[in-house]
Write a protein that binds this ligand. Structure first.
Ligand code: SF4
Ligand code: SF4
Length: 436
């Protein structure tokens, strides 16, 4: 509590330091993304969105009268938020400066993602957090459970229980939670969720899903069309852009990639080692791992992370046109196909990884574990065994939200890239494509 003018001055100095550090780090990572060669035209709206939120420290770009609802997991259906006339914003954080504040608040072994969330909320300085009318936190791991309690001290928070299995009873239970969520949203926004508003919301997110499926199709059809770091930047920006705005921007990128593909242009003519990045969430500005992979001569040819393509990959399938049918479609889409390791059975996750390896001609897998993220770490061994059977090399990279581990990560990534190069046949120069 601030009790005197000296306390106030000290707080002002701390806030200023926080803002300076936060904006400088975010700007630095944005610059590194921009400096990577081969960005497709049409990237600007995504980069500008990240700059707006983290460098200019503004709220998301919507009219003042529109409300935002904070979410912390891809298993929260955005459609319900749009149907209540609000805009969802994904608040899982990758911020180093907020992490240092959160490190003093959360226990030492909590993951950096929730420490950064705690740090942001504690400072009260980030508009994207402060402007939320309500936050919804799915209880998917102990860290999420405890951060929900902590956030509840600052704002209106609803927790949502994510089942650990995916049977019909689990879906029924999730459906009833979605109805509770509708009631809470109606209360927070003052708007009723109707059949028509929900159908309209499906249309909005459906456009975004369509553009994403095109984007993935283009990436698969022609290897080396785009760098993974650029693809992950596009996906990260989706957290802070209304679905229709993001869809329009992605449409421009898809058009530029189609033209590239038609002209036979690639980001490189070299056979760069093709890497699949999976594991704990990679949230801007904590993009040091994809940046290191691509700066060290590899390419992130696929990602199976929840701030990446996982979040929007599976569209809801409506088999019954009623309001309840739409809610059921959302419950099914959110839970059944999700390969997140918070579920007890990870068979689906292994299937999805194998599918991505095949479709993207992956030569090696980097398994990212945020320090303290037990759910992902637990699964590493089984995945290592399964990939061993396919003769696909895999390494586990543990990282935290700071730059102290960068050199160690660089050495391990470089060695992994060299290992893949040694396993590939001698390079033949491709005559049928032009390097950008
Ligand atoms: S890692 Fe799993 S629980 Fe965490 S946000 Fe992603 S999908 Fe949700
Ligand atoms: S799933 Fe991992 S990264 Fe996400 S909140 Fe839980 S511990 Fe943190």
């Amino acid at each position: 509590m601030i009790t005197s003018s000296r306390d106030r001055e000290r707080k002002e100095r701390q806030d200023k330091r926080f803002i300076n550090k936060e904006t400088q780090t975010s700007a630095k990572y944005l610059r590194r993304i921009e400096e990577l060669s081969g960005a497709p035209s049409g990237m600007r709206p995504f980069l500008d969105t990240l700059r707006r939120i983290y460098v200019e420290m503004k709220g998301i770009d919507i009219p003042q009268t529109e409300k935002t609802i904070g979410t912390y997991c891809v298993m929260v259906p955005q459609e319900l938020i749009y149907a209540a006339g609000a805009v969802p914003v994904k608040l899982c954080s990758g911020n180093y400066t907020a992490f240092f504040i959160g490190d003093d608040i959360a226990p030492r072994d909590a993951c950096p993602l929730v420490k950064a969330v705690a740090g942001f909320k504690h400072t009260g300085l980030m508009p994207v957090y402060e402007k939320c009318s309500m936050m919804i936190v799915p209880v998917t791991c102990d860290c999420k459970k405890k951060i929900a309690g902590m956030l509840g001290n600052y704002c209106d928070v609803m927790t949502m229980h994510i089942p650990t299995t995916k049977g019909d009873d689990d879906i029924d239970e999730y459906v009833s939670q979605l109805y509770d969520f509708c009631a809470r949203l109606e209360h927070a926004t003052g708007n009723k969720i109707t059949y028509d508003s929900l159908a309209e919301a499906f249309h909005k997110t459906g456009r975004a899903q369509y553009e994403l499926s095109e984007f993935i199709r283009l990436k698969k059809q022609m290897p080396y069309l785009i760098r993974g770091t650029h693809a992950m930047t596009i996906m990260n920006a989706a957290a802070y852009m209304p679905a229709e705005v993001w869809a329009d921007a992605l449409r421009s990128v898809n058009m530029s990639l189609s033209i590239r593909a038609m002209k036979g242009e690639k980001i490189t003519n070299k056979k760069l080692p093709r890497i699949l990045l999976t594991g704990s969430p990679i949230v801007y500005p904590n993009v040091k791992i994809p940046l290191l992979i691509e700066e060290m001569g590899g390419i992130v040819a696929g990602d199976e992370t929840c701030m990446g393509e996982r979040g929007m990959w599976d569209p809801p399938v409506i088999t019954d046109n009623s309001f309840d049918g739409m809610i059921r479609a959302l419950a099914n889409r959110s839970i059944r196909p999700c390969p997140c390791p918070t579920f007890a059975d990870n068979t689906q996750r292994i299937y999805r990884l194998k599918q991505l390896i095949k479709e993207n001609q992956i030569q090696g897998v980097i398994y990212h574990v945020l320090r303290g993220c037990l759910v992902y770490d637990f699964e590493y061994k089984r995945i290592e065994d399964e990939l061993g059977k396919l003769d696909v090399p895999v390494i586990r990279l543990e990282s935290d939200y700071n730059e102290e581990d960068v050199e160690q990560l660089r050495i391990r990534i470089e060695a992994f890239i060299e290992l893949i190069k040694l396993r590939q046949p001698p390079e033949k120069r491709s005559e049928d494509s032009r390097e950008l």
